[in-house]
Write a protein that binds this ligand. Structure first.
Ligand SMILES: Cc1ncc(COP(=O)(O)O)c(C=O)c1O
Length: 421
């Protein structure tokens, strides 16, 4: 859809108005002729978006990877939803709860690029992937492939199914600077045997931000009859893609990360033909083996989080997925390009456009990551997170749309100072 038309529609349907976004909608509409890459460099333009966040003055926050806290328009909608659900009480829960949740599913499916019949809302990526890992009909001796750079909770669940069902886990290690896509595809391919049932692969590795060539891994795996489950915790609403294009069997993401939904929402995509092959984590009254709702029993949960999903989607679409991705990548490349010549500063992330976006990881020669994180915070008032395992030794650096280049200049100066000492 044309951007101008989209914004007009938003304004007409009143979605932008209650979000208080007229000025930002107009600002984006006025920028339509600029390419996302050109707009990415227009700092004055992004300053307007920064005004929608209430930022703690105590430090520069370069740890937006755990939780993308909410800009004020989404927070205000969230509070409204909490009040409304509290006002209606059980009446809400017994009447429109499920219809409203389904509306959120439909909105999510449209940005995820899949059918609503293949998507459910969970609490987070962990719940989504653990549903699959624990729910596959395992036989003793089945093999699963994963990387030591994958997220710990999923690796723990694989350890549990290994103890419980005799599954053999095969661990690979993804290089921080691969030569090309084929090197990554071959790593997974070389671990496949006749007993391999599934590959777990991160779309964007959590500790480095490296983007993996999912489509190529999936195409290769399917030639061997191996299923692919993708951990997209950091990719969804960060980089652009459609789940259907990836052709994976399962895809999971956390919406409280890059979509800026309040804490406690995620998605699980299960390819239509795989739905019947998964046991639910919590049993549901839906017994049709092909209905994804069978996998979505939650018990009573904070429905106002689900209700805020369409608001967060409206906000994301107002910014524009291409513009968001381009700005986030610009911010990463802005600072990484300034330190890449310093031999004492080690970048643990490939910085090219196809291999990373906002997130990257940096270390200083001879300095433990925990010391680097502590000194960045204490001496330079910059908040990051230390990573020190799986061949990654450095701090994960995650700017957000509100981050300014001045803040990144301060960060670069801090790195240079610490590297000199
Ligand atoms: C790659 C990856 N997978 C899974 C998770 C877990 O996300 P959640 O705690 O929302 O389930 C994270 C969290 O940072 C992550 O980075």
């Amino acid at each position: 859809m044309e951007k101008r038309q989209f914004i007009k529609d938003l304004l007409l349907t009143g979605i932008a108005l209650p979000l208080g976004l007229e000025s930002i909608a107009n600002a984006f509409a006025n920028q339509e002729k600029n390419s996302p890459e050109a707009l990415a460099q227009d700092n004055a333009f992004w300053e307007e978006l920064r005004q929608q966040y209430i930022l703690k003055p105590d430090y520069i926050n370069l740890e937006n990877g755990y939780y993308n806290f909410l800009p004020q328009p989404i927070l205000n909608k969230y509070i409204e939803h909490i009040k409304e659900v509290n006002y209606q009480g059980s009446y809400y829960m017994r009447t429109v709860q499920w219809d409203n949740k389904q509306k959120s599913v439909i909105a999510l499916a449209s940005i995820a690029g899949c059918s609503p019949d293949e998507l459910i809302i969970t609490r987070n990526t962990t719940e989504s992937l653990d549903t699959i890992i624990s729910g596959i009909h395992w036989q003793a001796g089945d093999e699963a492939i994963m990387a030591e750079q994958d997220y710990g909770a999923m690796l723990d669940m694989f350890k549990q199914v290994s103890e419980r069902h005799g599954v053999v886990n095969k661990m690979i290690s993804v290089p921080n600077h691969p030569k090309n896509d084929q090197e990554i595809v071959d790593l997974y391919k070389n671990a496949i045997t006749a007993k391999t049932k599934v590959i777990l692969v991160s779309h964007m590795i959590n500790i480095t931000g490296q983007i993996l060539p999912i489509k190529k891994i999936t195409a290769m795996a399917h030639q061997y009859g191996v299923q692919v489950m993708v951990d997209g915790a950091h990719a969804f609403a960060h980089i652009q893609f459609k789940i259907a294009d990836l052709d994976c069997d399962y895809y999971a993401a956390s919406l409280h990360k890059w979509l800026s939904v309040p804490l406690g929402a995620g998605i699980l995509y299960v390819k239509k033909e795989q739905i019947k092959n998964v046991w639910p984590l919590l049993a549901d009254s839906e017994k049709d083996p092909n209905k994804i709702r069978r996998l979505n029993h939650t018990g009573t949960h904070p429905v106002h989080t689900d209700l805020t999903i369409p608001d967060a989607i409206a906000y994301y679409q107002l910014i524009g997925p291409a513009k968001k991705e381009a700005r986030l990548r610009y911010l990463q490349q802005y600072w990484t390009s300034k330190v890449s010549g310093n031999p004492k500063i080690i970048l643990n992330t490939p910085t090219s456009a196809d291999r990373s976006c906002a997130i990257s990881n940096v270390g200083i020669q001879g300095m433990k990551p925990s010391v680097l994180a502590e000194r960045l915070l204490k001496e330079h008032k910059i908040f990051t997170v230390a990573i020190d395992y799986a061949n990654v030794h450095g701090c994960r650096i995650t700017p957000n749309l509100y981050t300014t280049t001045q803040e990144l200049d301060q960060f670069v100066q801090a790195l240079n100072t610490l590297a000199e000492a």
